[in-house]
Design a binder for this molecule. Structure first.
Ligand code: COA
Length: 210
């Protein structure tokens, strides 16, 4: 678990109660606005690394805003409360997923040795908690996990509306633009450093997560 200010990032499993809340949030942020439904997709995420962000400040304006958004339409199942012991004010506000790149998955499952790349998927922050650094915090936690696991690269299929978000985190473009879920996308990637404590000083923003 990582904590920074009022934001907590936790890794969950598909069997956890929070997984349902994560699916609801992903559906609401990433699919319903496009007229799609995540629950129509074949989800096979048991081997994936699932990161969720919680906001932890009972009674704050932010939490009131999250609650009023929920009262305005989403089901109670859309919010995670009390997902961590003794922290009943937690609200799930974001998520991302690291998937072992498909063509390497077979080798990885067989040997447990990472052969190179993680794919980042489903990066989502609840609309009324954007612009607070939650997305960046999620990405840096996921990157630190990937570095510690010995992976050399993270890549993603990025929507054009968030190219700048990823560029600010050091991701670069690869190849041509294409259409996915009806939106222009490009592959973006970032080479990860080998873990070596003496090299960490120049890893701007990442050191504190490792
Ligand atoms: C993209 C997303 C995850 C960003 O989350 P967030 O918590 O709002 O981002 P942060 O507050 O951590 O922003 C970090 C930096 O990126 C910038 N940024 C964030 N979203 C941006 C966007 N859409 N366009 C340009 N810059 C953006 C912020 O201004 C900030 O810049 P700074 O470091 O100079 O201050 C969020 O907007 C989201 O969920 N969008 C909808 C879902 C989506 O499109 N996901 C990506 C699928 S590929």
């Amino acid at each position: 678990m990582w904590r920074k200010g009022d934001v907590i990032i936790k890794i969950i499993d598909v069997g956890d109660a929070d997984y349902k809340a994560m699916l609801d949030m992903r559906n609401k942020v990433l699919r319903l606005p496009l007229g799609l439904n995540l629950f129509d997709e074949k989800l096979d995420e048991a081997d994936d690394i699932l990161f969720v962000a919680y906001y932890d400040r009972g009674g704050s304006e932010l939490q009131v805003a999250v609650k009023s958004e929920l009262q305005g339409g989403a089901s109670q199942g859309d919010v995670s409360q009390g997902g961590l012991q003794g922290t009943s004010s937690l609200q799930m506000v974001g998520c991302c997923i690291l998937t072992v790149a498909q063509k390497q998955k077979k080798d990885y499952n067989k040997t447990g040795v990472p052969s190179g790349k993680f794919k980042m998927r489903q990066v989502a922050v609840r609309e009324n908690t954007r612009g607070l650094g939650i997305g960046k915090h999620l990405m840096l936690c996921a990157e630190s996990y990937a570095i510690k696991s010995g992976f050399a690269e993270i890549f993603m299929s990025a929507r054009d509306s968030v190219y700048t978000f990823y560029e600010k985190l050091g991701y670069k473009f690869k190849g041509k633009e294409y259409i996915e879920v009806g939106l222009p996308h490009k592959i973006m990637y970032k080479k990860l450093p080998k873990i070596n404590k003496s090299d960490l000083d120049h890893l701007l923003g990442l050191k504190e997560y490792l």
